[in-house]
Design a binder for this molecule. Structure first.
Ligand code: OFO
Length: 173
């Protein structure tokens, strides 16, 4: 059984994961409107992944005798200036999400809720992977610079991008 404090904290994370999904959906749309098919495909996939992250929390809370809540979501930005800026925003957001996951881990330890602590380890690994992926992409974008031909190649390349880390979760959802 979850404590009320743990349940509330996990419900807050449901909102954060749902908002992540919305942010990446807005990025997918912006990239698609620029004709950047590869990048928009990547963002649509990221958006779907975040929904899976949200659902995983959702199921877990109910499984442990709590009540998962669907909350109101903030409206994400719809324009991103440049591809570099957009991926910079993505990295910042992932760093923020990692902090929120760490905070949940902290609460689970304080409460000696080892089941939740164990459940959260998947997210800890996932965040390492997502941050690494965003950094890899930003490095590539910095290499390309302003050249249009580079952006064209990058848009093709991103379709096959696969960043494995030492702690890659075995599945994405
Ligand atoms: Fe949910 O992993 Fe990104 O934010």
């Amino acid at each position: 059984m979850l404590s009320e404090n743990m349940e509330n904290a996990l419900n807050k994370q449901i909102r954060i994961e749902a908002e992540s999904s919305q942010i990446y959906l807005a990025m997918a749309s912006w990239a698609e409107a620029q004709g950047l098919e590869g990048i928009s495909g990547f963002m649509y996939a990221q958006s779907d992944e975040e929904r899976q992250h949200m659902l995983k929390f959702f199921k877990y809370i109910n499984e442990r005798g709590g009540h998962s809540l669907v909350s109101e979501l903030s409206k994400p930005a719809s324009k991103f200036g440049s591809i570099k800026e957009m991926f910079g925003t993505l990295l910042k957001h992932e760093v923020y999400v990692s902090q929120t996951i760490n905070e949940l881990v902290h609460i689970s330890l304080e409460e000696k809720d080892y089941a939740t602590h164990n459940f959260l380890q998947w997210y800890v690994a996932e965040q390492i992977e997502e941050e690494a992926q965003a950094r890899t992409i930003l490095d590539k974008i910095n290499l390309i610079g302003e050249a249009k031909s580079g952006l064209y190649m990058f848009d093709k390349d991103i379709k096959s991008l696969n960043v494995e880390t030492s702690v890659s979760p075995t599945s994405n959802n």
